[in-house]
Ligand binder design. Structure first.
Ligand code: NAP
Length: 277
């Protein structure tokens, strides 16, 4: 497993587990718990969740999966923008901690930018960090201009991560956001790395994957993992998919495959606004 540094003294697995839409359907409960636990067992020990997912139901599911395993996992959760005020952030964090059944979140993110000034949210994150409720903080869905504003705010340079949409069909961040973050040692967490499974039906990706003996998911994930300082968090609610995704961590794509992927899914040739799902 490749690791990515998110601070001078903390590294996390480059392949983690997403959880959006988990915990919402009773019939899927056992398989979802088994999937998360299988991922942890394999070494995909970064779990990404949010208070938004299932309006708390997903954090509750994650908490259940973590019983007896909390210390093996780097746990990421997110605060809603409308809760991200000085006081609201502290309260939202307490609610997340209770649902997750833990006393600390390893990385707490602002889910996207809302009306609360970024500087106010940073102050709340720093307070939570001082109180030992969170270990690191970061943001999600912030484009370059927002990142610059954040970086200029008091304490803003301590941002550890920006979590954004990034996969073979969503390469816009390569124009400036990705290099901007890399230059400042801010890790990028790639969400929807298989485009919510749509990429897996892409005929050209499928053909190339078959030719080199990978599944489409493995090729799409191995490509994300080939990027420097990028963490991928695919969501898989089926154990068989977790096993398949995990195998991507062992794949190294050679230069000719990377070049072919650049032809099929070209990098950006101009600045584009950050895309969101
Ligand atoms: P994704 O990970 O790109 O795709 C998830 C879908 O792919 C699921 O339907 C899953 O199926 C399927 N899948 C995964 N591995 C597969 C495999 N090997 N073979 C076939 N199908 C496979 O999409 P996502 O859930 O949107 O993104 C991942 C995570 O990023 C989220 O869960 C969430 O934690 C985070 N996220 C964050 C934001 C944000 O605003 N910060 C936005 C979106 C997502 P099964 O579930 O049936 O296994």
């Amino acid at each position: 497993m490749k690791f990515v540094n998110i601070s001078a003294d903390e590294k996390v697995p480059a392949l983690g587990l997403g959880t959006w839409r988990m915990g919402e359907r009773r019939a899927l409960h056992d398989e979802e718990i088994a999937s998360l636990q299988r991922g942890i067992e394999l070494g995909m020990t970064l779990i990404d969740t949010a208070e938004m997912y299932g309006e708390g139901a997903t954090e509750t599911l994650v908490g259940e999966a973590l019983v007896g395993r909390r210390d093996k996992v780097f746990l990421v959760s997110k605060v809603y923008p409308h809760n991200a005020s000085a006081h609201g952030t502290l309260q939202a964090c307490e609610r997340s901690l209770a649902r997750l059944g833990t006393d600390r979140i390893d990385l707490y993110l602002l889910h996207w930018r809302g009306d609360v000034p970024l500087a106010e949210t940073v102050q709340a994150f720093e307070r939570l960090q001082r109180d030992g409720k969170i270990r690191h903080w970061g943001v999600s869905n912030l484009d370059r201009a927002d990142m610059e504003e954040l970086y200029a705010a008091p304490g803003g340079k301590r941002v550890a991560v920006n979590q954004v949409l990034y996969n073979l069909t969503r390469r816009g961040i390569e124009w400036d956001l990705l290099p901007w973050c890399a230059k400042r040692n801010i890790a990028v967490m790639a969400y929807s790395p298989v485009e919510q499974a749509a990429l897996l039906r892409e005929p050209r990706l499928r053909a190339l994957a078959a030719r080199i003996g990978l599944t489409p998911a493995q090729l799409a994930l191995a490509w994300v993992l080939s990027r420097d300082k990028v963490i991928a968090i695919p969501k898989a609610g089926q154990v068989v998919h977790v096993d398949e995704d995990f195998a991507a961590a062992a794949c190294t794509l050679d230069a000719s495959v990377l070049a072919e992927l650049d032809k099929l899914f070209p990098p950006p040739h101009r600045a584009r606004p950050l895309e969101m799902l």
